[in-house]
Design a protein around this ligand. Structure first.
Ligand SMILES: *Cc1c(COP(=O)(O)O)cnc(C)c1O
Length: 362
């Protein structure tokens, strides 16, 4: 069986270092908001070439805390891709704001300034680009559009740790960026964790208070905050894995490159390649076919696991019944056609070849 993602193997490269870090944290007697988190925040900020990184409990919390810190809520509109993971939309609705769905370009799966522009109203407060599957949106045009319209750009970079756009790291492309360190992400913890990066000192200070019950000084509460932190054990794991992120991303790129070379079936649409390979970090390798369920079953029958990211667009989810009647034909078509093939930093060339051969025989 070729697994979709073998997290044990991904982490085994770091095993002895992680064991030592666990012992270090255990013996420190300090388990929250300590040295490991401060060190990780400094290291992640440096990696992203940005002034502030703030560790929080999850990717969803990261996005939610940014929106909350900006004070966006009831009556405010936030623009979001129609084909994103549900968490991007949950962050908006949790704050009481209104998501305005924008269709992606079907080839890149990403939203673009031209479509975003048409969705801007006098209630729009922010644009939330999602660097879906590890590919960066065209941020120059999106940020120009935001500037012209006095909007904030809030990046969802949960799938794009380490990706680069025109020489700049994701994390330093927007007013604020939310990351997830869910175990399967390119930079994954051994549990839930997330982070916010920004160059905005006031925003950073507010988020530092908000993640800690809204308190800057113990037992004095300036804001109605949350409890949303990265614990010391997860921070210690993330420090170790951050040091290997570029190497892990390069290994993913290699898998993607091999797939692109070897899959020749005319029944499959391969992911479009950005001109600069360095930009893409291949969180997922997503192909398309109008017979997706048949292909998935066929791969299963041949001992190859695959997944669908995502089978139902957010506006069609049961929890968003108020948007179920919206028509988002591109997102809906993609939801019916996308299939993610196995990809990871530890996938062997032999397994990649096997997947490609089986697909070519379909
Ligand atoms: C994983 C993910 C999130 C949510 O992150 P969690 O840490 O699981 O809360 C948000 N947006 C996107 C695009 C994601 O892939």
């Amino acid at each position: 069986m070729i697994k979709f993602l073998d997290l044990k193997s991904v982490n085994s490269k770091y095993e002895s270092e992680i064991q030592r870090a666990f012992a270090r944290v255990l013996n420190s007697g300090w388990y929250l908001l300590g040295q490991e988190l401060s060190a990780f925040e400094a290291e992640f900020a440096k990696y992203c070439q940005v002034n502030y990184a703030i560790g929080v409990a999850s990717g969803l919390d990261a996005l939610k805390l940014i929106i909350k810190a900006y004070g966006f809520g009831v009556g405010d509109e936030i623009i979001v891709p129609s084909n994103t993971y549900i968490a991007t939309v949950l962050a908006i609705t949790d704050c009481g704001a209104t998501p305005v769905f924008v269709e992606p370009n079907a080839d890149t799966h990403l939203i673009e300034a031209s479509n975003i522009e048409r969705a801007i109203t006098d209630k729009t407060k922010a644009i939330m680009p999602v660097h879906l599957y590890g590919r960066v949106c065209d941020m120059d045009s999106i940020c120009d559009l935001a500037k012209e319209n006095h909007l904030k750009v809030i990046d969802d970079a949960a799938q794009a740790h380490g990706a680069i756009y025109k020489g700049t790291r994701v994390g330093n492309l927007a007013d604020a960026t939310g990351f997830s360190f869910y175990p399967s992400k390119n930079l994954g913890a051994m549990g839930d964790a997330g982070a916010i990066t920004t160059n905005d000192e006031m925003l950073a200070n507010k988020i530092i208070a908000l993640r800690n019950y809204g308190s800057q000084k113990r037992y004095y509460n300036k804001y109605k905050g949350l409890n949303s932190r990265i614990d010391e054990l997860q921070a210690a794991v993330l420090r170790i894995k951050l040091a290997g992120l570029d190497e892990d991303n390069a290994a993913r790129r290699r898998v993607a490159h091999l797939y692109n070379e070897m899959i020749s079936s005319s029944k499959i649409i391969l992911p479009e390649l950005p001109k600069d390979q360095g930009e893409h970090v291949w969180h997922l390798f997503v192909v398309r076919t109008d017979r997706r369920d048949l292909l998935k079953q066929y791969l299963d029958d041949n001992g190859i696991a695959s997944q669908v990211h995502y089978p139902i667009a957010p506006h069609k989810q049961q929890c968003y019944s108020e948007y179920n009647k919206l028509s988002m034909p591109i997102a809906e078509k993609l939801a019916d056609e996308v299939l993610s093939l196995p990809i990871s930093p530890v996938m062997s060339d032999q397994d990649v070849k096997r997947v490609a051969e089986v697909i070519n025989e379909w």
